[in-house]
Write a protein that binds this ligand. Sequence first.
Ligand SMILES: Nc1nc2c(c(=O)[nH]1)N[C@H]1C(S)=C(S)[C@@H](COP(=O)(O)OP(=O)(O)OC[C@H]3O[C@@H](n4cnc5c(N)ncnc54)[C@H](O)[C@@H]3O)O[C@H]1N2
Ligand code: MOO
Length: 340
Amino acid sequence: MEKIKVQDSVGAVLIHDMTQIIPGITKGPRFRKGHVVREEDIPVLLSMGKEHIYVWDQTPGLIHENEAAERLAKASCGPGITLDEPKEGKITFTAAQDGLLYVSEDGILALNSLEYIILSTLHNHRPVKKGAKIAGTRVVPLMIDETLVLEAERLANTFSTPLLEVRPLKSFKVGIVTTGSEVFQGRIQDKFGPVLKAKVEGWGSVVLGQTFASDDISMIQHSIRDHLNQGADMILVSGGMSVDPDDVTPTAIKEMGAELITYGAPVLPGAMFLLAYMGNIPILGLPGCVMYSKTTAFDLFAPRLLAGERLSRLDIVKTGHGGLCLDCPVCSYPHCSFGK
Ligand SMILES: Nc1nc2c(c(=O)[nH]1)N[C@H]1C(S)=C(S)[C@@H](COP(=O)(O)OP(=O)(O)OC[C@H]3O[C@@H](n4cnc5c(N)ncnc54)[C@H](O)[C@@H]3O)O[C@H]1N2
Ligand code: MOO
């Protein structure tokens, strides 16, 4: 690349977007790549601190920042994502649909470990709405050695899943079993059902039905079997999850032959969360806090099941880092550290 003085640049073609920042007013490309410099642009360029501009001079082996960003974006982008045009050398990734963001943490690390490659994302498993910004990519220099981009493309291909993907939540038929003799016998009104129904429907699934069981192992098991027979894709069992002698929900689930993945999750609130499977059907044991707190372990794990994941114990225990809810007066989840 050759540089020429701005005062001598009338008629020259800009080879990159030129950013103007006026604090509190604007930040963006004042002149776009391809713009032909006019006489009246000279004072503006000088006011932006430009005394020289580059003149296009293709050096073999180097590629332009826009092409590099386009190639990096394509290499790391999976389903459910749209890519915008390069702007100031950067490409933004946007969710093409509502869903859950999946990020390959190893993949992001591998690409960013290459010199000059930038791939910046939101956290893994974050719920996103269509149109949400989820990632951005660019390279640092204006012209970059193509071998670096080739290496990034090769690395991205070595992962079994795309580096970034937005998976839609499937619509499940959900059976609810509400335990507790105080509710079963009508001593208190059920407050769990409405909370679970609102969450399930908010995720685009439907409640197949809600049944009530006393703190009785065989009654709880019978209710779970009823939902399974009716074709439930997921079963939620509320209450009876902690340490009292009447808390028999975990025992009921374990003793009916379900494969227990975990009783306990390093998430507060929600430490008494249970996950088991009857075949492919997840059964979730939900402690009382799920009824009381706005966001709990339930909000971290249920969407992942709805996105099609079969969760392992490792998936559950990994959530300890970031598993502490700050219990803010106004909950702003997912715009916080919970579950990240
Ligand atoms: N000493 C300890 N105390 C507690 C522990 C513990 O480990 N040691 N765990 C705490 C955690 S964590 C949770 S969460 C809560 C609740 O656990 P449970 O799931 O066993 O909840 P229950 O005992 O069944 O009920 C608690 C409370 O909520 C009322 N409830 C339950 N279901 C309904 C419903 N469907 N509608 C309305 N209200 C309901 C119930 O009557 C109790 O008042 O335990 C901590 N304590
Ligand atoms: O830890 Mo409990 O299961 O928070 O509320």
